[in-house]
Design a protein around this ligand. Structure first.
Ligand SMILES: C[S@@+](CC[C@H](N)C(=O)[O-])C[C@H]1O[C@@H](n2cnc3c(N)ncnc32)[C@H](O)[C@@H]1O
Length: 203
């Protein structure tokens, strides 16, 4: 089935000079960034706010996204802040991250259809080095009742059960659904239901 949230959908969303989700990093990432080690892979990086933040902390980071417009803006933000980030234009439906290579993977609001997740997530587990960490925040299925952000499609929203099932080989450090105020540009604004996940790959 065709994914309606394709490259052209996202390129249109990101058109213009303003940053759809702002220039400041995701709050959950900021709170737990001390757990991350490089190299870091950021899936669905968008306009660079999270990559730039991690680069400012000295981490080597690769941001992957399907939107060329987003990645151009990410590079501009990195230049503005005087840091270096690497980006790769790719569709996560077919992307294969380098195996046994990453100290961390981050996934911030990377809402993907279940079919894509079920192919990609085992590859993410494989891409982490032993002892590597994943940090993920996504809107939960309960966000369907709200209009403060996220795709209006239950299949693309997360739950604690989905996370458990889709990352069976990682050991959770934190896994919860919670409500929090999200204030990220025009794209994510207001009280929201999110799933938060941090987990380690065995040494
Ligand atoms: C809600 S935005 C989040 C962006 C960024 N992580 C942030 O927190 O600012 C979702 C991102 O996923 C990207 N995306 C959606 N489907 C994708 C796919 N199949 N492959 C790669 N990126 C995709 C979009 O281009 C968009 O940048």
């Amino acid at each position: 089935m065709k994914n309606k949230h394709d490259a052209s959908f996202w390129n249109k969303r990101y058109a213009g000079d303003s940053y759809l989700y702002g220039m400041e990093p995701n709050a959950f990432l900021v709170e737990h960034c001390g757990l991350l080690a490089g190299p870091v892979l950021s899936i669905s990086e968008g306009e660079g706010r999270n990559s730039v933040f991690l680069a400012e902390r000295g981490l080597d980071i690769l941001g992957v996204d399907i939107s060329v417009v987003a990645l151009e803006k990410a590079k501009r933000l990195a230049e503005l802040r005087g840091v270096n980030i690497r980006t790769e234009l790719a569709d996560l439906a077919t992307y294969t991250p380098r195996e046994n290579f990453y100290g961390s993977v981050i996934s911030i609001s990377a809402h993907l259809p279940g079919g894509i997740r079920r192919r990609l997530y085992p590859l993410i587990e494989r891409a982490l080095k032993p002892g590597g960490t994943i940090l993920l925040e996504a809107y939960s299925e309960n966000q369907l009742a709200r209009d403060t952000g996220g795709p209006g499609d239950a299949d693309m929203l997360m739950s604690v059960e989905k996370i458990r099932k889709e990352f069976p080989n990682l050991t959770p450090i934190l896994l919860r659904e919670t409500e929090r105020k999200v204030s990220e540009g025009h794209g994510h604004t207001g009280m929201a239901c999110v799933v938060q996940f941090i987990a380690r790959k065995a040494d």
